[in-house]
Design a protein around this ligand. Structure first.
Ligand SMILES: Cc1cc2nc3c(=O)[nH]c(=O)nc-3n(C[C@H](O)[C@H](O)[C@H](O)COP(=O)(O)OP(=O)(O)OC[C@H]3O[C@@H](n4cnc5c(N)ncnc54)[C@H](O)[C@@H]3O)c2cc1C
Length: 552
């Protein structure tokens, strides 16, 4: 662990030196820090630094907990995961650091080269990233055969937390029906269809547990960070359907922050109960990544706005009764970010047309929404006229961060492991194939690193701070990890990947099934997962946000 901490320290210093150098020296008449290729490479270095740091801190806690339990496998697994991640990060940051310094990077004069020499020495003494990864893969196979990984990073349980976990488990055993779990597992699309997600939403609402992250005065649970972690992890392990984030994690937080007392009193209880189902009207045919160029116009007419234009990729607009939308209210003389307002729209308003767009897997999740002279009361504007961009930026950080996704990713990986086990004894196929064992191990380590970073963001949110660009890091990583899990799933299927099911929802169309339940959603799930690095801001845009934070 000491070697790990030493390796984790170096990338931070290297990144700082590299950023400073790209800012200071010019090429082609501008600082190299202005070049997007270099900016994105430095954003990736930043991600590696954050992961290395989070992984080291988390491993210290995991190793201590495993020692306390006398669990030698867990101890070695945590240490091997941290060493593999941190050594790989340190080596890559050092090599990239030299590359981004140019010729100066390979001189004795600068410290960057010395970091690389030090990293080579550390690996020679304590093992390379590859060696630790192989060790992790072997230990992981042993663990999987014995019943699985430790579920979460929160190991320092006290009696109250254990009692809380028991309470959550008792509730799940009673309220989460096998039908709900099966429907969720057979759902290959990005969001749960309302008929899958809403029964669970209502069960949580009845119990008073629907909005753990909300303040108590608005219907939150008042749970500590550790309790929220336990709750989310237990739900993931039990296979509970994912809830739509559009009301609970997007509309709700912005209404709380920017809404009038009347808006809060009207909308928030309806989000909690599930009476209102929201969609997000941001993207337009001509405005995706450059969202501020949006052209849907709202013209003031007395105490109403008259909206004309179109929104696209609107998830679940065909189910929603409410939309939060960005519209242009400023004139041609207003700067583009300032002329935008944020409206809360009733989807039943005359003039709104919703047209389906089918995804590559045949699923209907997204739509194009047309507005033809749609009249919306001015009282449905959130915040001031022209404040829409500020509100949208605040909301995007909730969209990208603040979720606890590691538990769900781990549960998804376990399902892929079961696919690998099909027809054989548990773990046998992975144990017999070192290449496959390494592939599983790499994803496991990535999930562990994400878990640590998520904990860090949660603690930021719990003291009322905005997560900032770390939420971009989380979005970048969980979307990529999710994609790699689905890819591994397709690899496990082999020729079964040729089976294709047309009808949705799958759990109501068992007559078309040629594969078992674990295998059925794998291929459409993989295809739909391509969207993860696109929606909520593409990976390239996330890298740009991180770069802006780190480089300026
Ligand atoms: C499944 C799904 C669900 C969605 N749900 C919603 C929703 O509910 N509501 C909503 O409003 N929107 C939604 N979206 C839209 C999503 O937010 C946009 O697709 C996304 O912002 C990208 O915009 P675009 O598709 O126009 O791609 P573009 O912006 O045209 O980007 C195309 C490519 O160019 C790259 N690129 C663009 N600009 C830059 C740049 N400056 N630097 C580097 N690379 C760049 C992008 O990273 C991408 O790789 C959804 C999208 C999907 C796929």
């Amino acid at each position: 662990m000491v070697a790990c901490a030493d390796s984790a320290r170096a990338p931070q210093a290297l990144r700082t030196a590299t950023v400073a150098d790209t800012r200071a020296r010019q090429q082609f008449g501008q600082p190299r820090a202005a070049n997007q290729v270099l900016r994105h490479r430095m954003a990736d270095l930043s991600v590696l630094c954050e992961e290395a740091r989070a992984m080291t801190l988390g491993a210290v806690a995991l190793v201590a907990a495993a020692e306390q339990d006398g669990d030698t496998n867990a101890r070695s697994l945590a240490a091997a995961a941290a060493r593999a991640k941190v050594a790989a990060a340190a080596r890559r940051v050092a090599e990239e650091g030299i590359q981004l310094h140019g010729g100066m990077g390979v001189t004795e004069e600068l410290t960057v080269g010395r970091y690389l020499r030090r990293q080579v020495a550390l690996e020679a003494m304590f093992g390379s990233a590859e060696a630790h990864q192989r060790r992790h893969a072997t230990l992981s196979v042993e663990r999987a055969r014995a019943g699985g990984d430790r579920p979460a990073a929160m190991q320092d349980d006290d009696a109250a937390l254990t009692a809380f976990r028991d309470e959550v488990r008792a509730f799940l055993a009673e309220a989460l029906t096998p039908e709900m779990v099966r429907a969720a597992r057979l759902n290959p699309s990005v969001f749960s269809e309302p008929e899958i997600g809403m029964p669970w939403h209502r069960a949580l609402h009845r119990r008073g547990w629907i909005a753990p992250s909300w303040p108590v005065e608005h219907g939150g649970t008042g749970w500590s960070l550790a309790q929220r972690w336990v709750f989310e992890t237990e739900c993931a392990v039990a296979g509970a359907p994912a809830l739509s984030p559009l009301g609970l994690r997007m509309a709700g937080p912005v209404i709380m922050r920017f809404g009038t007392p009347e808006q809060k009193a009207h909308y928030l209880p309806r989000i909690l109960s599930g009476e209102d189902y929201w969609c997000q009207g941001y993207s337009e045919p001509g405005s995706g990544s450059d969202l501020a160029s949006l052209a849907t116009r709202a013209v003031r007419d007395g105490d109403q706005y008259v909206i004309n234009g179109s929104k696209i990729w609107t998830t679940h607009a065909h189910h929603a009764n409410r939309m939060f939308a960005l519209v242009r209210t400023g004139g041609a003389d207003t700067r583009k970010h300032e002329g935008i307002s944020f409206l809360l729209i009733d989807m039943a308003t005359p003039g709104i047309t919703v047209r389906p767009i089918r995804s590559v897997s045949g699923d209907h999740e997204v739509n194009q929404v047309f507005f033809d002279d749609v009249r919306v009361p001015v009282s449905c504007r959130l915040g001031d006229e022209g404040q829409g961009w500020t509100i949208a930026k605040y909301l995007l950080e909730f969209e990208r961060g603040g979720a606890i996704s590691a538990g769900r990713l781990r549960a998804a990986l376990e399902r892929v492991r079961r696919l690998a086990d099909a027809g054989g004894s548990p773990g046998a196929r992975v144990a017999a194939d070192p290449d496959l064992a390494l592939a599983f191990s790499a994803v496991e380590i990535d999930i562990r690193a994400l878990e640590m970073a998520e904990l860090k963001v949660m603690s930021t949110l719990s003291v009322g701070q905005n997560p900032g660009s770390v939420s971009s890091l989380l979005k970048l990583r969980w979307s990529e990890i999710h994609q790699s899990i689905t890819k591994l799933g397709v690899r496990m299927l082999g020729a079964d990947a040729l089976a294709w099911e047309e009808l949705r929802p799958m759990h109501l169309h068992d007559d078309q099934a040629v594969l078992d339940d674990v295998a059925r959603p794998v291929v459409p799930g993989y295809l739909n997962a391509r969207a993860y690095t696109i929606f909520g801001g593409t990976s390239e845009i996330q890298r740009e946000i991180i770069a802006r934070d780190v480089i300026g």
